[in-house]
Design a protein around this ligand. Structure first.
Ligand SMILES: C[S@@+](CC[C@H](N)C(=O)[O-])C[C@H]1O[C@@H](n2cnc3c(N)ncnc32)[C@H](O)[C@@H]1O
Length: 213
């Protein structure tokens, strides 16, 4: 299919323009939220890799006026709603992790990650870098989530993905693979929704049991 034709058929991109949403990604998160309702009204949400703000807007709608969404990106992002605050920074930096931890105080209801590295064009390199960012996002989720909280993350179908999923299964009660309708045709990206964070105390108990046995 010619590139122009492909663009013409990209309905979600056009819809985003028509409806004034910051990006087509808005519809990916909207669809998953409509199905799983994992962000509570009045909740606190962290969005990693938030520019240009599609997920920020969907999360802000979900938490409502009483809730709050904090986004982080390398690029400056204009908050798309009054209950959104954005931070410019690299999620791998200690400074950024500390700031998020301080804001969340272990009470975040959800951590979202749509982090994407600058694409090199080499499939393996890009998939590996995306997975590294997903591990960084998981590290932030472990520091910030409350017990029972949710983690929603973008990854690519890739051999080392199994390692990431095993770690998610250790940390969360339920782990679900998803491909929202708004995902670009032919894309190898997929999303993982992990529900029911077991919490830091659960981890300590597990360590104690391992030491005793
Ligand atoms: C696909 S875009 C996010 C789209 C966004 N979720 C939306 O709904 O509009 C991925 C973003 O990840 C950001 N990113 C990549 N590496 C990052 C890092 N190390 N720290 C912070 N942001 C990063 C990029 O700057 C880019 O804006």
């Amino acid at each position: 299919m010619a590139y122009r034709e492909w663009r013409r058929r990209d309905i979600y991109r056009r819809l985003a323009k028509e409806e004034g949403k910051p990006s087509r990604s808005y519809y990916k998160l909207r669809e998953v939220l409509d199905q799983y309702r994992f962000i509570p009204r009045g909740g606190f949400v962290i969005d990693l890799g938030c520019y240009p703000g599609g997920w920020l807007l969907a999360a802000a709608e979900e938490v409502g006026e009483a809730g709050c969404v904090v986004g982080v990106d390398l690029r400056e992002t204009t908050p798309p709603a009054p209950n959104v605050r954005t931070i410019v920074g690299d999620v791998r930096e200690h400074r950024v992790k500390r700031e998020l931890q301080w804001l969340a105080r272990g009470r975040a209801d959800a951590v979202l990650s749509d982090l994407s590295p600058k694409l090199s064009g080499n499939w393996e390199v890009d998939a590996e870098r995306t997975l590294e960012l997903a591990f960084e996002a998981l590290d932030i989720a472990k520091r910030c989530l409350r017990r029972g909280g949710a983690f929603f993350v973008k990854v690519f179908e890739y051999p080392r993905l199994a390692e990431f999923e095993r770690e998610l299964q250790r940390q969360f009660v339920r782990v679900i693979r998803l491909i929202p309708k708004a995902t670009r045709k032919g894309s190898r990206e997929l999303f993982i929704l992990a529900l029911g964070f077991r919490g830091r105390r659960a981890k300590r108990r597990l360590l104690q049991r391992t030491r005793l046995s």
